[in-house]
Design a protein around this ligand. Structure first.
Ligand code: RNT
Ligand code: ZN
Length: 417
């Protein structure tokens, strides 16, 4: 792409946006303050480094495109590659099963900060901050119930795991001088009609209370609900109502995974309600196709609406934007980049809205003017602003990243098997 063409297209775009009261340079500057939390699990189909066998817990990565990361070095190489293709600086979201166990068998109730020592160093060297997740799935004790299991032995095992994960997150946060956001998602549920829903939910509540009794300063907890899991279709202990209420009562962060609601439910509409009751939100941006399929995020109305709502609520500082999809059927680095860049484009587009004029129209009951402006925004030259953002960050502009990923595949990932 010729730099002079990007610049002249940008000059034109800048003028067009200025005419409707939008400062494109300010939007680009704001983009640099937004850091995605990149999900490490896209690189290896949620396998992790425990050699535990198959993925369980009602989630599934489909496809067998060659080249997945097989070990910690490969995963790190892939993330380092991803970094070079994204504008801005980003965080890395680790799951507990991605610890550096160095051949040792470390059960989930034994994990310690030292297992993440090399990650903390790597992250520092690579200018990335880390986020964290406890891992309830893919383990002999996972079953269909973990923190809500009536069997005290199993429940205590997962309570211990989660407590230890919080200690790991606290150490990470302390060392990076920035809170580590720890997500808690458990798969607990049941396949068929459940007649003691209250029991499992009250057990989950008690387990969470015990886990959160320890207060920390360098980590923040977020809790993720869902509608159902594969093989757990009839009942989910950690439903949306459950965690919304729990988080509101306990001042915890709500995680909104965009694949975890009924297909016609608007996740965007939840932002302004939740933020009146909970301190912050964590997003798992995903793309559900007919179900919670974890397809690669693209620029679609769902993602756009969500980003617009965050900006319209003036809540960028209260929302952590994480990605959560795992497509094993296409080039995995490519999947990372498509989803991350699509999310960034949606945020940029949201920042390019003439929100004040739109609100003036709304207040004056000028419904035609409001709708017309929203329609016109769709064909404004925002692509030129995106290109300039990439150019200023020295990353490939437009489709240029396709060739880069192809050569990484030719040289690196195609040689893995
Ligand atoms: C599962 C949840 C959860 C996982 C990751 C791997 O439905 O979305 O966030 O995808 O923790
Ligand atoms: Zn998720």
């Amino acid at each position: 792409m010729k730099t002079e063409n990007i610049e002249s297209a940008y000059a034109y775009a800048k003028e067009r946006f200025a005419a409707i009261g939008v400062d494109t340079d300010a939007a680009i500057a704001k983009m640099n303050e937004i850091h995605l939390s990149l999900h490490c699990w896209q690189a290896d189909d949620v396998a992790g480094f425990e050699n535990a066998g198959s993925l369980t817990g009602g989630i599934q990565a489909t496809g067998n495109y060659p080249g997945k990361a097989r070990n910690i070095d490969e995963l790190r190489a892939d993330i380092a590659k991803v970094k070079t293709l994204l504008p801005g600086t980003h965080r890395l979201n680790l799951h507990e099963i991605y610890g550096d166990f160095a051949g040792e068998r470390v059960d989930r109730d034994q994990v310690e900060p030292r297992h993440f020592e090399s990650w903390m160093q790597w992250a520092k060297e690579n200018n990335m901050k880390l986020d964290f997740n406890s891992t309830s799935f893919s383990h002999p004790k996972s079953g269909s119930l973990s923190l809500s299991n009536p069997d005290k032995g199993i429940r205590d095992f997962w309570i211990e795991h989660t407590k230890r994960c919080r200690a790991v997150a606290e150490e990470i946060g302390k060392r990076q001088g920035d809170p580590c956001i720890m997500n808690l998602w458990i798969h607990d549920g049941s396949k068929d009609i459940t007649v003691n829903r209250m029991l499992y939910r009250s057990l989950l509540k008690d387990s969470l209370d015990e886990i959160f009794a320890q207060k920390y300063d360098n980590m923040k907890d977020c809790l993720e609900s869902k509608v159902f899991g594969i093989g757990l279709e009839s009942y989910t202990v950690g439903s949306s109502d459950f965690y919304t209420a729990y988080c509101a009562q306990n001042n915890k962060i709500v995680t909104l995974d965009t694949g975890h609601f009924h297909p016609t439910e608007s996740v965007a509409d939840k932002v302004s309600s939740l933020l009146l009751y909970v301190p912050e939100l964590m997003l798992h941006v995903s793309r559900p196709v007919r179900w919670d399929s974890d397809h690669v995020t693209i620029m679609n109305d769902d993602t756009l609406d969500l980003c617009r709502e965050i900006v319209r609520c003036n809540a960028i500082d209260r929302v952590h934007i994480g990605l959560d999809y795992f497509d094993a059927s296409i080039n995995r680095i490519g999947a990372y980049i498509i989803g991350a860049r699509a999310t960034q484009k949606c945020v940029l587009l949201a920042l390019l809205e003439p929100i004040e004029s739109l609100r003036k129209y709304e207040a004056a009951d000028k419904g035609f003017e409001r709708l017309a402006m929203l329609e016109e925004l769709k064909s404004m030259p925002w692509g030129a602003v995106w290109d300039m953002y990439c150019l200023r960050n020295n990353v490939p502009v437009g489709e240029e990243y396709i060739a880069e990923i192809e050569s990484y595949e030719a040289e690196i990932t195609s040689k893995r098997n």
